[in-house]
Design a protein around this ligand. Structure first.
Ligand code: HMG
Length: 391
């Protein structure tokens, strides 16, 4: 049975910070961000937007009534949890009106867990061929003001519907994972921003890629020649480019290298405008490739490198299904271009706002722009979400 991704949706915030404005405010050469990191802009969320609103907005872009009546599992992968106990997928399940006899869970391992979620969804559909699983990767990447990680922030959510006989991509059975216990990036429960060993983390990313790739090739008896494109986790596009360059060995012809480079260039179009969305970054790169590449065709094999700090990495492959482009959205770039541009002062105020809870655990918020769903208030420590009539 062929199992894979039948639909893909994406949501990000309605606000954006331009890297040239951040560079000016931080007295940094703008080329450090535009060329050194290869970033043009990053999405910025207000307090009324969180992993639930982004996840529900991304999911409602793809789900129809039949999907909502048949989905029997919702998995939300994140490292920006809003609760230590309750899974964010339960809120999403409710907001989207998915039938009640479904399992809803949250998964965590830094930027990696959406990959484990996809594999679990594949195994589940393998056992229950009529099932549909909604896999969502939803995160807000927030570092400290003026920290070295600040230019690599971002926010967004990718929603994928996994089922038998998928209309976009088949998930192949060739996954190879690696775990190594390292402190490159982590966020203790008492901290709202992560601790980062930045340069160390980039070395670990590249070393995990090389060692996982060598083992993956041995196990599956394949080489880069077998792939039409290779998507990588994108904390910032320059690091993914370094990764691709490292695995492109001398056995490839110039033509093969050009083809992979061209595919890579289309895979970073969205990330350059959105920034790091942690669990969703690899899948945003896949979406960017699918929606912007003119060279891809049915049957092509796409390599995927997933990396989550801490660290777990995994390589697996996908195969394009005939007619896949009919399942994709057009003009996504226009909606990115329509985000409201923030000044650096506005960004600092908006992105770091904390709920002002009274002694009963109540807080209300100013009216901000949002996607299809927004957080309207906190009542007795309970988060209240609403469908946005204006969306
Ligand atoms: P930095 O201090 O900006 O580093 O921190 P830098 O001084 O090395 O500069 C970055 C690049 O800009 C370098 O390019 C410079 O040469 C270049 P490279 O030499 O490496 O090719 N540069 C310039 N280029 C053109 N004109 C100029 C100029 N000046 C400098 N004038 C760092 C960079 C990534 C460390 C920082 O942004 C950071 O800490 N980010 C957060 C951590 C991160 O993203 N790590 C990535 C790997 S870990 C990962 O992917 C997991 C993660 O997604 C989280 C998770 O799993 O949950 C983060």
């Amino acid at each position: 049975m062929k199992i894979g991704i039948d639909k893909i949706g994406f949501a990000t915030s309605q606000y954006v910070l331009k890297m040239k404005d951040l560079a000016e405010a931080r007295h940094v050469d703008p080329e450090k961000y535009s060329k050194g990191l290869m970033l043009d802009a990053i999405s910025i969320t207000p307090i009324t937007e969180d992993i639930v609103t982004l996840a529900a907005t991304a999911s409602q872009e793809i789900l129809d009534d039949n999907d909502k009546a048949t989905i029997d599992m919702v998995i939300l992968a994140t490292e920006s949890s809003i609760d230590q106990s309750k899974a964010a997928s339960i809120y999403v399940h409710h907001l989207l009106d998915i039938q009640p006899f479904a399992r809803s869970i949250e998964m965590k391992e830094a930027c990696y867990s959406a990959t484990a979620a996809l594999d679990y969804a594949k195994l589940h559909v393998g056992m229950h061929p009529q099932s549909k699983v909604l896999v969502i990767a939803s995160d807000i990447a927030r570092y400290g003001i003026a920290s070295s990680g600040e230019p690599t922030q971002g926010a967004g959510s990718i929603a994928m519907l996994v089922k038998a006989d998928p209309r976009i991509l088949i998930l192949n059975h060739d996954n190879l994972a690696q775990t190594r216990d390292i402190m490159d990036f982590w966020r203790p429960n008492y901290s709202s921003t992560p601790c980062v060993n930045g340069i160390f983390s980039t070395k670990q990313y590249l070393d995990s890629l090389m060692t996982t790739w060598q083992e993956y090739q041995l196990k599956n008896k394949v080489s880069l020649k077998d792939f039409s494109a290779f998507c990588l986790h994108i904390p910032f596009p320059k690091l993914a480019l370094k990764g691709l360059t490292k695995i492109m060995d001398s056995s490839l012809t110039h033509e093969q290298k050009d083809k992979l480079q061209e595919a890579f260039d289309t895979s970073i179009i969205y990330s350059k405008q959105v920034g790091n969305i942690y669990t969703g970054s690899l899948y945003l790169s896949l979406l960017s490739l699918l929606e912007n590449s003119r060279a891809l065709k049915a049957g092509d094999k796409i390599g995927m490198f997933s990396y989550g700090s801490g660290a777990v990495s995994e390589i697996f492959s996908l195969e394009l299904v005939p007619g896949y482009h009919n399942m994709l959205k057009e003009n996504r770039f226009d909606s990115l271009a329509n985000r409201k541009v923030l000044s650096v002062a506005e960004y600092e105020e908006l992105f770091y706002e904390e709920p002002n809870l009274d002694s009963f655990g109540n807080a209300s918020f100013k009216d901000y722009l949002s996607g299809a769903y927004c957080l309207t208030a906190i009542n007795q420590h309970q988060r209240i979400y609403q469908k946005n009539d204006k969306s």
